[in-house]
Design a protein around this ligand. Structure first.
Ligand code: IPE
Ligand code: IPE
Ligand code: MG
Length: 263
């Protein structure tokens, strides 16, 4: 289906960030934004600081970006916080990363509740330390009735393992006779993923200059628009998010069809 996205028609360059935000709101805002928050370590290295200082600074970026997404009416913001591959990092770094959700939610949860944000988490819960998981589950529970922005943390998330889990559960359904192999289609497959209840991302942002997916939402990003920036995650600001959305609004999403003027 063709996206009814308006073409960017602005004649004057809006100057202040607030003007740009208002201008953005005249066009299609992505429903689901997914971000690979990368570059914390390099941010710290550049300042001769330990990598964990970069993670701490990166955590601080989440707050304004969440706020702005909420203000723009984005429905889902998925943040890649820890991958299934990140366990191979030094023990102290992993331990620190597993403390960050507590620290972040410890200070930010009341504001999330007040702003009607709903916290969710996707990833393999079985390996996550109990203290981390209980902080996340508390936030999930306390915001479950909110119906504003969904703030979805990908924590111990890996797309291949998510896909394998989905395949296993489908195979199980087939074995039990609840489903025939022939019936399996896009919709049924999607519903077995951790994002089964969410729309696919419209816009993927990756910071730090790396141009790869690093095992993130391989299925769900099939038709997302990609936006890469050299900016390191701790330096990522509201202006950068607006820049990404402006770029998104100028794209022509065809989903395999033709541009609407050509039909
Ligand atoms: C992203 O920053 C955060 C996580 C992967 C947890 P990095 O820690 O990957 O930072 P760089 O890529 O080493 O700079
Ligand atoms: C991806 O970043 C994972 C997160 C941002 C949580 P990495 O820094 O782990 O990815 P690679 O190793 O550069 O591919
Ligand atoms: Mg990295």
């Amino acid at each position: 289906m063709l996206d009814k996205m308006k073409i960017w028609k602005s004649t004057k360059e809006p100057d202040t960030l607030d003007d740009r935000i208002r201008e953005c709101l005249n066009y299609k805002i992505p429903n689901h934004i997914a971000i690979i928050m990368d570059g914390n370590g390099r941010w710290a290295n550049k300042r001769a600081m330990p990598r964990i200082a970069g993670h701490h600074e990166g955590m601080k970026t989440v707050r304004p970006i969440t706020r702005l997404c909420n203000r723009l009416g984005v429905k889902v913001l998925t943040l890649y916080a820890f991958s299934t591959e990140n366990w191979i990092r030094p023990k102290l770094e992993v331990e620190y990363l597993m403390k960050l959700p507590e620290e972040f939610l410890g200070t930010f949860l009341p504001e999330l509740i007040e702003e009607n944000v709903q916290v969710q988490m996707m990833g393999d819960r079985s390996q996550i330390p109990a203290h981390t998981l209980s902080a996340v589950e508390k936030a999930v529970q306390e915001t479950a009735h909110n119906d504003g922005l969904i703030l979805n943390f990908a924590l111990n998330y890996g797309s291949r393992s998510e896909i394998i889990t989905a395949v296993k559960s489908l195979a199980d359904e087939v074995e039990k006779g609840n489903l025939s192999a022939n019936e399996i289609n896009d919709t049924i497959f999607s519903s077995h993923l951790m994002t089964g209840h969410l729309e696919d991302p419209d816009l993927l942002i990756r910071t730090s200059g790396e141009i790869r997916l690093s095992n993130f939402m391989l299925w769900q990003l099939a038709y997302a628009e990609f936006w890469f920036t050299d900016v390191l995650w701790p330096d990522f600001s509201d202006a950068h998010l607006i820049e990404a959305i402006e770029a998104y609004q100028k794209r022509s999403r065809r989903f395999g069809g033709l541009q609407s003027e050509e039909t």
